[in-house]
Every structure is written in C-alpha cells, then in structure tokens.
Design a protein around this ligand. Structure first.
Ligand code: G1P
Ligand code: ZN
Length: 581
C-alpha cells in the first residue's frame, strides 16, 4: 500500500490519512515543438523505439492524446498497460507523471505497466474508466532497435475512432508545451494504491494484478469445467499454446495450467520478453512456424499462438491443420450456442473487415442475422458492438472477438474453440470439414510484401485507383495458369457507419471477377517505416470434389492475375511476398 522505504526517503511526503503517505507534486509546463508524422495509423502510433526515445517525442504524443479528451480530462480515470515490450516502463512512467499534471484524478495501472490489450479493454469497461493507454506495437517486433507504439482506447474499451485520432493528430501539429510532474515517484512494480497531491488536488495511482480481472471475465463467459474435462491432464486432448514471448504468457499459464489443469508442457514461450526473444510476435504460418512444426508431429489435438499484445490468434488442429481466421470466425459464428455467454445473451449479428472472406456472411444468412463488412481495423466494430447489433466479429489478420470487450481477444478465441470442441465432442478438422460441406468453402490467402520503399507502392495504388475508375476495366479478361477471369466490378471500398453515419473512404481497392473471385489491395497502416503492400485473394467453391483442396493451389491463378493487374513485381522489385497467409 505504500512506497518502499528507500523511495520514501527521497520523496517529500505529507501525511493525508493515518496509513497512507501522500507525495506533493508540482506541475511543470515544458516548452516543446511539433514532430512530423505523429499520425495514428490502423491501430495507434507505431514508430521505432529510437523515434519514441527522442527528447519530448513521447511526451508530445501523450499530451496530444490527453488534450483530445477536452473537458472530459479533468477528474477522469484512465487505465495504463502495455505488452511488456522494450520502452514500456519508460512510457508508463511518463504517462503517470503527465496524467497527474493534466488533472486526471485516477490511473489504474497493470503491475509493472503490463496488461494485454484485451485486458485493458476489460478493465476500462469493468471499472467504468474514461479511457486508457495501451503501450504496444502489437505484432511488430520489439527491442531497442525495433518498434514501440501508443494507442488510446475510449470509455467503451475500444480503440479511438477516426474522429478522436484526427483530433490527436491535429494537436500534435500545434503543440507548444506539455505538462508534467517530473518529481512524482510511483513504484508501479508493486501492487497497491499510491496517492499524491498535485497543486492541491488529489491524484491516485492504483497498481493492479494484470491477470485477475481477465481470468474472472473468461470464467464468466465459458464453462471451464467442460473445457477441463476435454484438456485437463493425462489421457486428455493435448493442447499446445504458444505465447511467442508476448503478453498472453502470464494469462495463458494461469488459465491453461492452473485453471484447466493442462500439463506444464502445454504452454510454451510464456515468459514475456522485451524483444519477444528476437522473434516477430505475429501468430501466422511464417512467424509461428515453430508451433506449426510441433503440431505436425500429431501429438497435440489443438494448437494456438497469440501476438505481442494478446489480441491476435492462430488456431491449428492435429497435424497442423490450419484454420484460416476467416473460417475461424464463420465456425465460431455457427456454433455460438455452445458457449454459455451467448446462450445467456443470445446471438445478435456478425461483422468482418472487408478483406476478410465472406464465409461468415453465409452463416448469418442461414441464421437470419445481420452481417456487416467494415474497413480494416478493430475500431470500426466498436459502434456495432455498442449498439448491440453484433455478437462476434473478426478480421482475416488473425483477429477474432466478441462483445465481451471492445478488442479482439486471442485467449478468448482459443477458449471459444475448445468449448465448442468439448461441447460437440469433435475435432478441429472434422468441424471445419462439416462446415465446408454445409456452407461451401471460401478459399482465402493474403500476400504481404513488407518493408518496401514507399514511393513505388504509392504509385501502384495510384495506378490501381486509375484502373478501377476506368469503365473499360470492366469486362477485361485475364488468363493465368490455365484459368481465365473476367472483371465484373471494381471500386475503392468506402463505409458508412450504420450507427452514427460517419464515413471512411478509400479503404482498399477491390477487383471482383465474374466467377465470384476477388482481389483486394491495401497499404498497411501499422508499419513503422517504409510501406507494406497487402494483396488479399479469395474465391468460393461448393462442388464437393473441390472442398478439401489446398487454398494456395486453388488460388494460384487468381494470385497471378492480381500480380499482373497491379504490376506489383515490376513496381516494388519484389518477386516473392515476405509472408503468405
Ligand atoms: C493490420 C491488419 C488489420 C488489424 C491491424 C491491427 O493492419 O491488417 O486487420 O486490425 O493490423 O492488428 P494493417 O497493417 O493492414 O493496416
Ligand atoms: Zn495485436
């Protein structure tokens, strides 16, 4: 409950109550000047650590976020937590000192500054906070030479919508000073309540156990006993959970080992490392290749990996049977009645990001429910979730989640799968095959070209913009690898939010073909430098002899057509993608 003795001796304290020490702090305004490019992307501001370490860089952005809260700032309660990556501790310290100086009345901070992204979302909602800082660059690598990020979530627990991030960005352009309490000292590595007087007003930091609230939430959603009967111990289904040294580590150990009784070898890479062990904490077939390899042995019946901040997931069945995130969303949507939470709350509609395949749309149709396609980025699901229009949503980029929080949630997705497997007494592969037999199969692949030069990529997008605006493009026929495709429609996706009417335009070039296949092109909004091109390819099959083939083979001709139309190879100089999903 108190400062350690060592710190106490260094701090000027006054006694406010009989058992608590209160530090008196002074607000210091620090003159500063703007930094270029502090524009939040798909999910917050992401730059290299070196950029954040520049004098005043982090402070400028934090002040711009706080100022964007306007009159809601004074007296507010905010949450702070990050995924354990390098620079998180320094950033936490800055946010505490600046929140105090900006009239925030209370901060709830994960012990050590650590919280997974879904855990932050839960804490904001549970304790009715006014928002929260998430210190993460998600699936981007960490360490002194890699990436850091700061993202702000609103009082609904979800990522700030465009209107809010635009205000933050405007603030970064006009900033002239920031407020800080430089002498404030908070031992946020110890759980407890720390109190301060800042210019005569009270300010409190409550340091909490990062896992407790999240585990309680999971227990309220799922029937842990039923999952335990499937996976808990000798002779049961063996699971392999890989946290990639990211934020899910402590949560996974508590849930899978302590609560569900899985043997210790079920959870690997659970020690959180500031550089994620030098790896790329992204749960896909490339960066979680060790999970794929281990699953190939056939020993485990279920495998899952999560990203740096714990919101992404990859699901594998026995023998490394891969579940695309698009299919994962559809299968979960079709089986929600097996999860106690949805039994209670009922199933509303579904939503997916536009590049995600339409597999879930088919489930919505069967169930007579609404289904929305939104721009890329979880922030676009927020209004639909808040309005009670959707129960679950997902993105092809390994994001799956529900209205239990306002972020995608990796561990939730793994538990949802296990609950359904337990309840239906089936396997991952069987469940998928049944699903494809009933609904047909949406084949999907994504090609990523990471770390390209920006100029040629921008040129490529300009060319594609011209292509879709040219009426002569419709009807064009392309042949590759023996298959022909006729362009039937093309546009740049735009979205009108059905809840508040806000619009988002230019969210991805779409080229549709007469056989139902589709190409989508976007530039990533989460990279910290250069450009990443994403090409998404999907098609639909329902003839029984084609359902179980390889997606890469099935989609190869359409991929080639995409490369021809975009001239991607010629423009970027890249012959091969860095990641194929
Ligand atoms: C990527 C994904 C997107 C996801 C975001 C944050 O954004 O494509 O679906 O919401 O990361 O995890 P992008 O880099 O494509 O802008
Ligand atoms: Zn993430």
């Amino acid at each position: 409950m108190n400062y350690s003795g060592k710190q106490l001796s260094e701090i000027a304290c006054v006694q406010r109550t009989s058992d608590r020490m209160v530090q008196e702090c002074v607000v210091v305004p620090v003159p500063t000047s703007r930094f270029e490019g502090q524009k939040p992307g798909t999910s917050g501001l992401r730059k290299t650590v070196k950029v954040f370490q520049q004098k005043n860089y982090t402070e400028n952005f934090v002040q711009s976020i706080l100022s964007a809260m306007g009159s809601g700032l004074e007296g507010s309660t905010l949450v702070v937590g990050g995924d354990g990556r390098f620079f998180m501790t320094e950033a936490t310290d800055i946010i505490i000192k600046m929140s105090a100086a900006n009239k925030v009345s209370k901060l709830i901070v994960g012990k050590g500054g650590f919280l997974s992204t879904p855990a932050v979302s839960n804490i904001i909602r549970k304790y009715k906070a006014d928002g929260g800082f998430i210190l993460t660059a998600s699936h981007n690598p960490g360490g002194p030479d890699a990436d850091f990020g700061i993202k702000f979530n609103m009082s609904n627990g979800g990522p700030a919508p465009d209107a809010a991030t635009n205000t933050m960005f405007e603030n970064t352009k006009s900033i002239q000073s920031y407020n800080i309490c430089p002498d404030l000292q908070c031992d946020f590595h110890s759980i407890g309540v720390y109190e301060y007087m800042v210019d005569g007003k009270p300010f409190t930091v409550q340091v909490i156990d990062p896992c407790a609230d999240y585990i309680e939430l999971m227990k309220s959603i799922f029937d842990f006993d039923q999952i335990k009967a499937l996976v808990g111990g000798e002779g049961k289904l063996k699971v392999l959970i890989n946290s990639l040294h990211g934020a899910t580590g402590p949560y996974a150990e508590k849930i899978f080992l302590q609560e569900l009784g899985c043997p210790p070898s079920s959870c690997i890479k659970t020690n959180v490392l500031p550089d994620f062990g030098g790896g790329h904490p992204d749960p896909n077939l490339t960066y979680a290749a060790d999970l794929v390899e281990a699953m190939r042995s056939g020993v485990h019946g279920f495998g899952a990996a999560f990203d740096g901040d714990g919101d992404r997931n990859m699901i594998l069945g026995q023998n490394a049977f891969f579940v695309t995130p698009c299919d994962s969303l559809a299968v979960l949507a079709n089986n929600l009645e097996h999860i106690p939470y949805f039994k209670k709350s009922g199933v509303k509609g579904f939503a997916r990001s536009m590049p995600t395949s339409a597999a879930v749309d088919r489930v919505a149709k069967k169930k007579g429910l609404e289904c929305f396609d939104t721009p890329t980025g979880w922030k676009y699901f927020g209004n639909l979730l808040d309005a009670g229009r959707i129960s679950i949503c997902g993105e092809e980029s390994f994001g799956t989640g529900s209205d239990h929080v306002r972020e995608k949630d990796g561990i939730w997705a793994a538990l949802a799968w296990l609950q359904i497997l337990a309840s239906k007494n089936t396997t991952v592969e069987e469940l998928l095959k049944e699903h494809w037999t009933e609904f047909g199969r949406n084949f999907f692949t994504r090609y990523d070209y990471e770390g390209c030069e920006s100029k040629p990529c921008e040129q490529m997008m300009k060319n594609l913009e011209a292509y879709i605006s040219d009426p002569a493009s419709i009807g064009k026929v392309y042949t590759a690898l023996g298959k022909s495709y006729t362009v039937s429609a093309a546009d740049n996706f735009s979205y009108i939010d059905p809840v508040d009417g806000s619009t988002a335009s230019k969210q991805g070039i779409r080229i549709m073909f007469s056989d139902g296949s589709r190409l989508v092109f976007r530039l990533s909004g989460t990279g910290s430098s250069g450009a990443t091109v994403r090409m998404y390819v999907d098609s639909y099959e329902n003839s029984p002899d084609k359902l179980f083939g390889s997606a890469q083979e099935m989609l190869a001709p359409c991929v080639e057509v995409g490369l021809i139309i975009s001239q991607l190879r010629e423009l970027t100089g890249r012959q091969e993608p860095t990641v194929i999903t």
